[in-house]
Design a protein around this ligand. Sequence first.
Ligand code: SMG
Ligand code: MG
Length: 375
Amino acid sequence: MSSPLMLTPQMFELRRLQMPLVRPFRTSFGTETVREVMVVRVVTDHGEGWGESGIESAPLYLSEFHNGADHVFAEHLIPRLFAAGPLRAEHVADILRPVKGHRMAKSALEMALLDAQLRAEGRSFHRSIGATRTAVPVGVSVGITNTVDELVDVIAAYVADGYPRIKLKIEPGFDIEPVRRVREANPDILLQVDANTAYTVADIDHLAQLDAFDLLLIEQPFGEDDLVGHAELRRRISTPVCLDEAIRCIDHVRTAFALGAADIINIKPARVGGYLAAIEVHDLCLAHGVPVWCGGMLETGIGRAANLALAALPGFTLPGDISATKRYWTRDITGTFDLVDGTIAVPMGAGFGVAVDTGFVEQITFERREITNAR
Ligand code: SMG
Ligand code: MG
């Protein structure tokens, strides 16, 4: 047998892109109309690859944010990859382990190298992880609206598009009534809610009112470190409790299970440090019989392609936040993903299977930085 391909990274290019959303996206922590996205391109001795960080411009979803990530990439993470010599994507997590946290930044680097490696090997990510499904059921995440009437209209349009599952963002003052109205208008849809940490344990009796609406789950109502609070919530409501922000590595999953803090886990690869870590989280949840689904960070086609392949693994039994391209962008930096019978097809080409439109990327770049291996 020939020895496995090893890559020597020669240059990492960090780009910050400005992408207008087709409609503003409001959560409990803010409203976005133009999304700032950070992507990474790696050039190696065996070709190039692309990664997407999922990091936001401000530290409001998690602690990572673009200006901080820019420093961490340049001063702490990329120098360690250059110093490591020839490597495979499977080695990246260990090489970067001395740097604490910064998992979304680490994920983007591993992802770019994984794309380059798989392209050089002529293999698809989908096949390399043993996924079998060729299309996956998906849902749509709907932001907070100014009025409940507007929310009902927005959701009617998504249901007409064919989405089998709707997720509503909630916050104090926009929760029970909107959910009641949406459920009345759509008695049969799969419906779930996401609070992005906007509540505390003092709100448990209030949140228990959601039990009347046959929700698939309530996602991350309490703080990202409040596993004990989520365990208490789980004992006191019948709606299944799902964790998002609380799960930043596999140890958090183990802790959540030990405390009885989660019925369901949202897996976002960037949040847990990369696609390879995400597969480990998936495997652990599958072994515990805990359903998972793939979360979203309003990705470009790069992240969307990878998320679709991940979501084709058998433990992803709930529809993911992986919507069609037109739900996010009038123009993406890759080809488009379309909804067909409530599913999206998994790209099957080498690497993550998408071609990046570099001309368009250049047009929407507002910051670009190259970090070259001086050795
Ligand atoms: O990618 O369709 C998407 C958005 C999914 O709601 C979504 N993501 O907490 O799950 C979540 C949020 C995090 C991003 S909010 C800017
Ligand atoms: Mg969430």
